[in-house]
Design a protein around this ligand. Structure first.
Ligand code: NAD
Length: 253
């Protein structure tokens, strides 16, 4: 039985992970919930900070705020806790802290925990290689409470496409007059109502246009992906892992 600590437990994603852990996972249990806006109740495993937590967990699942990353990463390294990071929008310094922790414990990080998006990234990269001169633009849509722009997933998709295009230049929210340069990857963000998350890669050669799209229907998708990542990461050695590692190593996914 895996004891899971959910970091960012009071948020949209944190609550979803907790709900699944409380009702649907015979192999995992919700051991602790940590969020600065939770009223502390040690008996129920609820804490306002990691420092106040008294529960021994086997793995941490994080859907919080990027600024929490250095403290979270140091805590996991110190307590030898495998870590699943679902939070997005980390700065270079925050990413460095996560990578540092990965020298001591296994860390899984993905801006999108859905298998469908992992597949979208893969075929986006393949399409970029297949059409080296095509214009590529990414459009993402999210709910009106989302903080980071563009979404971590849009950047993840652009990063994968860039693996096939070494000269790629990101243009975030195109707003200046002038012709588009061939190496640009345009990234556009819409914020609308309760949209869970939609990502579209458009690849246009001039003669044909390919549109690859993923729509998340329910954020349960990401919570289930994070739980699959927790099952995966507790079996790994120290290091940094992502969806590609999980999908290649876990035949069941
Ligand atoms: N990887 C994925 O598949 C995926 C999917 C959805 C959302 N996300 C990302 O997950 C993160 C959370 O998303 P959300 O929609 O649940 O956000 P939210 O705003 O609803 O929840 C954020 C939670 O983090 C907590 N928090 C804020 N600062 C904190 C700190 N310093 N330490 C600990 N907890 C802190 C808040 O109290 C809250 O509980 C965002 O970065 C979002 O982009 C990732």
């Amino acid at each position: 039985m895996l004891n899971i600590l959910v970091h960012g437990a009071s948020g949209r994603m944190g609550q979803m992970v907790c709900r699944i852990l409380q009702n649907e996972t015979p192999d995992m249990v919700l051991a602790a919930q940590v969020s600065p806006d939770l009223a502390e109740n040690a008996e129920k495993g609820i804490f306002a900070s990691l420092e106040q937590n008294t529960v021994l967990a086997d793995c941490v699942i994080d859907f919080s705020h990027h600024t929490a990353a250095p403290n979270l990463a140091a805590y996991c390294a110190e307590h030898k806790l495998p870590l699943v990071v679902g939070t997005t929008a980390h700065t270079e310094a925050e990413l460095a802290a996560i990578k540092d922790a990965a020298k001591t414990v296994p860390v899984f990080r993905s801006a999108n925990m859905s298998i469908g998006v992992a597949f979208l990234a893969e075929i986006g990269k393949r399409a970029a290689a297949l059409f080296p001169n095509a214009d590529i633009e990414i459009i993402e849509k999210h709910h009106n409470q989302k903080l980071d722009v563009p979404s971590g997933t849009a950047l993840l998709l652009a990063d994968r496409i860039s693996e096939a295009r070494s000269d790629a230049e990101y243009v975030i929210g195109r707003h200046e007059n002038g012709k588009r340069k061939p190496q640009e990857i345009g990234i556009h963000s819409l914020r609308l109502g309760s949209e869970v998350g939609s990502h579209e890669i458009i690849i246009a050669t001039g003669a044909e246009t390919l549109t690859l799209r993923h729509d998340a229907e329910d954020r349960r998708l990401f919570a289930e992906g994070a739980l699959a990542a927790a099952r995966f990461i507790v079996k790994q050695k120290a290091g940094l892992y992502d969806m590609r590692d999980m999908l290649t190593k876990e035949a069941s996914l």
